[in-house]
Structures are given as structure tokens and as C-alpha cells.
Design a binder for this molecule. Structure first.
Ligand SMILES: Nc1ncnc2c1ncn2[C@@H]1O[C@H](COP(=O)(O)OP(=O)(O)OP(=O)(O)O)[C@@H](O)[C@H]1O
Ligand SMILES: [Mg+2]
Length: 252
């Protein structure tokens, strides 16, 4: 019989192989191999300190891995001569804290990188910002200052800001965990819309409901390792990894 490897249905947008990272003697990521397929929503779950944020930071080159490779499409981001700024512009990142500029209007927060990094003209950038703000339900808020918005609205501005750069991949690190509970759902709804629209996303989240409904696959990280990766059904209904079962019993 010929052994044939079945090709994945869709190509990998992001591919990580053998990624390791230590801080001093503390190993935080151990030999992680994982991919995010084009159009896929991959949720990353796991206990505090398991390395989820560090993995996302490595993907966005905010941290330098000690070993392993990261590929964004055909570009090797970890190659010695990689153009880090160009690679970063292709990856959108949304953090727990939105880091909007308080002295700038919502619109200017969204257009800043378009005009300064992409060199886009002011009017074209404005149109693009208004389109993105409309997508996150904030078209009417363009002229406000961030302080005049709720936390959930500010986070949606941060998402619009990332989307305006037209990234190939969006990374979310606990985008809702600093929000009051009643504000979480609007941000999750925006993320769900993005997922349905076919955006490629890697989402670190403690929102198990979101992971279950919106993820194509769920990855469970534990002690710096990728312990499980599977469909939400199998992760949540038929978890056979003892640490995963224990983790789920604490968070569900
Ligand atoms: N800059 C740093 N210097 C030293 N240690 C760090 C640094 N950043 C993270 N760590 C350590 O690396 C480990 C993994 O941290 P990381 O932030 O990736 O975990 P996490 O899975 O995102 O956790 P949480 O769910 O609490 O956000 C932790 O033990 C943390 O203390
Ligand atoms: Mg984290």
C-alpha cells in the first residue's frame, strides 16, 4: 500500500515549526509546531502561564524565539534577513489593553498607521477608517476621543485600527478580558463576524463559549507545550488529555 499524506484542505497562512523560547532558565515555549490555515479561526486556550501570550508575541515578532521557524505565507519571519517591519504590517494584533492615543480622535487613531506607515493620503485613509469603523458598529463615533467611549467600544476601535492595515492574519490576546461583562458580547460579535467573513485568526481567549462556537480548531497549551489541537467538539466533548479535562472542569 502506498502511504499518501493527505494534503490539508487549505494552505497554512501561518506556520510554526519547532518553536522554543526561554527567559533565562525558565522555558516558556517547548518545541511548538502549529499552523493557522487560511481563513481559519484557531483558538488558543490553557492555564495562566502556559505560554499563550508568548506564542502570539513570537508570531508578531515582538519576542524573538530561541529556535524554530515562523512562516507567514511564503515568507520566513525568523530568517536572519527577514524584513520585520514589512512582516509586522501583514499581521494585525489586538491586545487586552487597547492602547489608543487619548489625545487623538477615534478616526485619527485608526488612520495614524495608514498615513505614517503605509504613506496613504489623508483623505483615502479617512475613507478607509470610516469603512472599518462602520464594520465594528462605530461609524457615528469617528470624531470622539477614546475617553468618551466605553471599554468595549474602545476595543472595537482597536480592532478597526488593526483591520484598516488590511492584515493577512489577525492575532487576538484576551481581547475581552479587561471588559465589563456586559461589554464583552459586542466585541465577541465583531470577532465572530470577522471569522465568518473568512479572516485568518489566532485567538487567545478565556471565553470558552466563543471558542466552542467560532473556532475551527482549538489548541490547548500547557506548560509551554501544545498539548492538544482538535475541533471544538472533540476538545470540549471528548477531551482525553487529563490536564485538558482538569482545565475545562475549572473554566466551564
Ligand atoms: N518578558 C518576560 N520575562 C520573563 N518571563 C516571562 C516574560 N514574559 C512571560 N514570562 C513568563 O513566561 C510564562 C508564560 O507567560 P505567558 O504570558 O505567555 O502565559 P499565558 O499563557 O499568556 O498566561 P495568561 O493566561 O496568564 O495570560 C510565565 O511563566 C511568565 O511568567
Ligand atoms: Mg497571556
Amino acid at each position: 500500500m502506498t502511504a499518501m499524506t493527505k494534503a490539508p484542505a487549505t494552505p497554512a497562512a501561518l506556520r510554526v515549526t519547532g518553536l522554543s523560547k526561554s527567559y533565562g532558565s525558565h522555558t516558556v515555549l517547548r518545541d511548538i509546531t502549529i499552523d493557522v490555515r487560511a481563513g481559519e479561526t484557531l483558538c488558543l486556550i490553557g492555564p495562566s502561564g502556559s505560554g499563550k501570550s508568548t506564542l502570539l508575541k513570537c508570531l508578531n515578532l515582538l519576542e524573538t524565539p530561541d529556535s524554530g521557524e515562523i512562516w507567514l505565507g511564503e515568507t520566513c519571519l525568523t530568517a536572519a534577513r527577514a524584513d520585520v517591519d514589512a512582516a509586522r504590517a501583514r499581521i494585525g494584533m489586538v491586545f487586552q489593553h487597547f492602547n489608543l492615543f487619548p489625545h487623538l480622535s477615534v478616526e485619527r487613531n485608526v488612520t495614524l498607521a495608514l498615513t505614517s506607515v503605509k504613506g496613504m493620503g489623508r483623505e483615502q485613509a479617512r475613507q478607509s477608517a470610516l469603512r472599518r469603523l462602520a464594520e465594528v458598529g462605530l461609524a457615528a463615533f469617528a470624531d470622539r476621543r477614546p475617553a468618551q467611549l466605553s471599554g468595549g467600544q474602545q476595543q472595537r476601535v482597536a480592532i478597526a485600527r488593526a483591520l484598516a492595515m488590511e492584515p493577512e492574519v489577525m492575532l487576538f490576546d484576551e481581547a475581552t478580558s479587561a471588559l465589563d461583562p456586559e461589554l464583552v458580547k459586542d466585541v465577541l460579535a465583531v470577532m465572530r463576524d470577522l471569522a465568518s467573513a473568512g479572516m485568518t485568526m489566532a485567538v487567545v481567549t478565556h471565553e470558552m463559549g466563543f471558542a466552542r462556537e467560532a473556532a475551527d480548531r482549538v489548541a490547548f497549551m500547557c506548560d509551554g507545550r501544545l498539548a492538544e489541537i482538535d475541533t471544538p467538539d472533540r476538545i470540549f466533548e471528548r477531551a482525553d488529555h487529563a490536564r485538558l479535562r482538569q482545565f475545562l472542569s475549572q473554566v466551564l
